[in-house]
Design a protein around this ligand. Structure first.
Ligand code: R7I
Ligand code: MG
Ligand code: MG
Length: 300
């Protein structure tokens, strides 16, 4: 279990860093090259914020998590944040309540970008044994920046996928059909249900273009979370993350979310050493995963 916690958070950072080298390419242009150094972006940066806040507060505290995001962003604003989160951080900095800020974006509907889902892995780990709490906390934590139902549901689906992957091989192996069925059962949104049902039908599909056209590879949560869930079924850690990045589009985020699920499924030993050795702040990320594990599982 400890190795799976560590694999999950390191998986986010490795997937993000590898994917960030190919952002915006189409799946046809992809040719993988070994990087010299793995520097991650906002996806891992915000995942670190979620983990730091869960650890410090021994669970979810929205006000504290919002302030942690703000602090991390102000320390390193150059990490490739999109439009929404920095706009919200500025509002919070100027005194707007964190519960209100996200609802003012995109004509008052809130964002359906994948920023809530890309950072949710620590919540999937921490609430892995309580699906009801997992849903509530994933919704509330993504709601700090992503108020739109499709943004929040993307975070719930990604967190639940992480929790299922974490529990696999512990009580049972992970069967792809069964894994997707559990996610379909858990979702409360028709768009995610349809995408996950499509993912089931495409389990043996060879064409990446078909996967991109049916599941998507974009910045919207519903065009990237089902794609990452699907990609995590494409082999071991390395195969699934390379598959995800090879789809093109929002590669850092789809890579990060695939890395979270596959890392939770296979554990840290399955992540190639040549990537772990080059990972920016790798030891710190491992330490966060350990702390999360000891608080959760050992009550320390
Ligand atoms: O979701 P978010 O944090 O972006 C995450 C992405 C990842 O790929 C990261 O790696 C990083 O590169 O950014 O940021 P948001 O600004 O909330 O959402 C992303 C984009 O989705 C927005 O800038 C919009 O283009 C689009 N978007 C919407 N467009 C119209 N209406 C999100 N919500 C809406 C909407 O309601
Ligand atoms: Mg990014
Ligand atoms: Mg991205």
């Amino acid at each position: 279990m400890l190795k799976k916690f560590i694999g999950c958070l390191v998986g986010v950072a490795v997937g993000d860093a590898l994917g960030s080298l190919y952002e915006g390419l189409s799946s046809l242009e992809f040719k993988f090259e070994e990087p010299k150094f793995l520097r991650w972006t906002d996806d891992a940066h915000m995942t670190i914020g979620v983990a730091e806040s869960l650890i410090e507060k021994r669970g979810f505290d929205g006000d504290h998590m919002a302030r942690t995001f703000l602090k991390n962003y102000e320390d390193e604003p150059w990490r490739g944040y999109a439009y929404g989160p920095p706009a919200i951080f500025r509002m919070i900095r100027s005194g707007v309540k964190w519960e209100k800020a996200a609802k003012t974006l995109f004509n008052g509907e809130g964002s359906y970008g994948n920023g809530g889902a890309m950072r949710v892995a620590p919540i999937g780990l921490f609430y892995h044994d309580n699906p009801k709490a997992l849903r509530e906390v994933a919704e509330a934590a993504s709601g700090i920046t992503h108020a739109h139902e499709l943004g929040r549901e993307g975070a719930v689906m990604q967190a639940y996928a992480v929790s299922l992957a974490l529990r696999s091989g512990y009580k049972s192996e992970l069967d792809p059909n069964d894994f997707l069925d559990k996610l379909i059962e858990f979702t409360e949104n028709e768009i995610y249900r349809e995408k996950l049902e499509m993912a089931k039908r495409l389990l043996d599909e060879k064409s990446k273009l078909r996967i991109v056209s049916e599941l998507g590879n974009g910045i919207e949560a519903y065009n990237s979370v089902p794609t990452a869930i699907y990609s995590s079924l494409k082999g071991g850690f390395e195969e699934s993350v390379c598959y995800a990045i090879g789809l093109g589009g929002d590669t850092d985020t789809i890579g990060a979310m695939t890395g979270a699920i596959s890392g939770a499924r296979y554990g840290i030993d399955a992540i190639p050493e040549r990537w772990r050795d080059k990972l920016e702040r790798g030891k710190y990320i491992e330490k966060l995963a350990e702390k999360l594990f000891f608080i959760k599982v050992k009550g320390e």
